[in-house]
Ligand binder design. Structure first.
Ligand code: FDA
Length: 497
């Protein structure tokens, strides 16, 4: 309620926010979580909470009147369609030069993502988080994060036999014939449940093409893990459809937090003010960066340091498809949950996931999302003329990512006598270089904050999400975001409370 005073307010309910809420609650602190997206706990008229990927409706996108599918063409035809404007689950947020996809709702990115739960190789960690003790991370916090998230790996025997991973087996064969290491990628999807889907004994989600707009079954999103545990403490409340717009020091101590209550059109229905003793920014790399840059520039938090807004990267995301020969079908039933990758990080700067194309028809295509060692970093800045926060990323900055991905796929194409698909991202366009799923940075650890996420100019303000990570994790990011949050909140609880 407006005017309330809370000991700890968490902005956002993704990985960082959920870890903070659970651990604070277990330490006896009452926590209030503010989430701009919906609760996603109530079925729609079709009996399902989430809409399907092939039949997107109003639930699919955050305040758009037309879908903006990451893979936006098929056989040269655009596949986007009109939808009614609604506070849907996937935000395709446009900045100059890049579209940043993010989850909106209680659970943040865990609602929409592929659940790939990858711990970086130890030898790459120093480049990921240079100021963090690797021993502590690999001995304590990565294991804690993997346990809390419910990470598991596919049964290799089932992998070898199930039709729904034929596309991955083709990916393995092609990778190995070109001499690349093929690796299984862990995931938070319930692998036993997926076997039941395949056997026809449970309602289908991964095997019904569900991804991007939510999974109705099988995926252990944060709602089923950290957030469920946090709620069970009885000390955590969550306000969905509430968006934080300001945080500023309060006269009597603590911070005044201004919050817009939204309706499902995205309009402000009410504005509330709460006083919080401590505020945890967990709005995601983009959300936290936008808030901090605005609050610094507009005088609410003028003493934030000059690193705020800097060090943003796209985790080197780039997508592409390959056209296989007719004797190499990838299968018309494809699990939406990727389970494998090609590791050419050390030699070529690319880690490529073998991704599904769950169209329900045989496509003879292999599809990949590559994570690459892209060196470019962008900066968020306040635009007083528009009253918005801009990001200065340039589309041309994806070229190093394309070159690194080519270190894998040019070789495979040469070996297999195959070519790139040119019909998936436009008319004659090979590379999906217009987007990222993995925004990272903007409030970098040990630069914008101290080495535990404290915004030291303002005691009681913390950053605890992907904005702490300086732009690249060498693999998919959420396990690292979770593990870093576990490390930081443990320190904060031990020393600041
Ligand atoms: P996260 O974005 O999860 O949460 C932030 C929350 O804050 C959101 O719920 C948002 O609505 C809310 N918020 C923002 N501003 C606010 C405000 N002002 N007031 C109130 N609330 C606000 N990663 C991975 O490791 N494996 C994978 O397989 C994938 N796959 C994937 C697919 C797709 C389609 C996407 C979009 C992303 C992925 N990712 C992924 C990335 C992963 O989901 C992402 O890195 C994490 O969700 C980031 O976690 P954070 O805690 O930083 O923020």
């Amino acid at each position: 309620a407006s005017g309330a005073r809370v000991p700890a307010l968490v902005i956002g309910t993704g990985y960082g926010g959920s870890v903070a809420a659970l651990r604070l609650a277990q330490a006896g602190v009452d926590v209030h979580m503010i989430e701009m997206g919906m609760a996603w706990d109530t079925p729609g008229p079709d009996g399902k909470i989430f809409c399907s990927t092939l039949e997107p409706d109003h639930r699919s996108y955050w305040l758009r009147t037309r879908t903006k599918a990451p893979l936006n063409y098929f056989l040269g035809f655009p596949i986007d369609r009109n939808i009614s404007r609604y506070t849907g689950i996937l935000d395709a947020e446009d900045f100059s030069g890049i579209t940043v996809y993010q989850g909106r709702g209680v659970g943040g990115g865990s609602l929409v993502n592929g659940g790939m739960a990858v711990t970086p190789k130890r030898e790459n960690f120093a480049a990921v988080l240079p100021s963090v003790n690797a021993d502590e991370m690999y001995n304590v916090y990565y294991p804690r994060a993997n346990a809390g998230l419910g990470v598991g790996t596919i049964d290799p025997a089932w992998f070898d036999s199930t039709p729904c991973y034929q596309y991955s087996r083709v990916g393995r064969k092609h990778a190995q014939r070109s001499g690349f290491p093929f690796v299984f990628v862990p995931d938070v999807y319930d692998w036993d449940y997926m076997k039941q889907e395949a056997a026809g004994t449970a309602p289908k989600s991964a095997l019904a093409g569900e991804i991007l707009y939510g999974n109705n079954h099988g995926k252990k999103s944060l709602q089923k893990t950290y957030i469920a545990q946090a709620r069970a403490t009885g000390k955590v409340t969550i306000s969905p459809l509430h968006k934080v717009t300001s945080v500023a020091p309060a006269a009597g101590g603590g911070y005044t937090v201004v919050i817009d209550q939204l309706n499902t059109n995205g309009d402000t229905a009410a504005t509330k003010t709460v006083i919080a003793d401590r505020v945890f920014f967990a709005a995601g790399s983009v959300g936290t960066s936008k808030l901090l840059v605005k609050l610094k520039a507009t005088g609410a938090l003028p003493h934030l340091n000059d690193e705020v807004g800097k060090g943003w990267g796209d985790n080197g995301n780039v997508m592409c498809g390959r056209a296989n020969h007719l004797w190499d079908p990838t299968g018309k039933l494809q699990s939406t949950i990727p389970c494998s990758g090609i590791d050419n990080w050390a030699a070529g700067g690319a880690f490529a996931e073998v991704a599904p194309l769950p169209t329900g028809i045989e496509t003879y295509a292999s599809f990949y999302l590559s994570i690459t060692k892209n060196p470019h970093r962008a900066q968020f800045s306040w635009n007083a003329a528009t009253g918005q926060v801009d990001l200065n990323w340039q589309t041309a900055w994806k070229q190093p990512s394309i070159d690194m991905a080519k270190s894998i796929f040019d070789k495979i194409n040469a070996k297999e006598g195959t070519i790139y698909r040119t019909d998936l991202f436009g008319v004659y366009k090979i590379w999906g270089d217009h987007l990222t799923y993995h925004p990272l940075g903007g409030a970098v650890l040990n630069k914008a904050t101290d080495n535990y996420g404290r915004l030291t100019a303002y005691p009681g303000l913390y950053v605890i999400d992907g904005s702490l990570i300086p732009g690249n994790t060498s693999v998919n990011p959420f396990v690292t975001i979770t593990a870093l949050a576990e490390r930081n909140i443990e320190k904060i609880i031990a020393t600041d409370l």
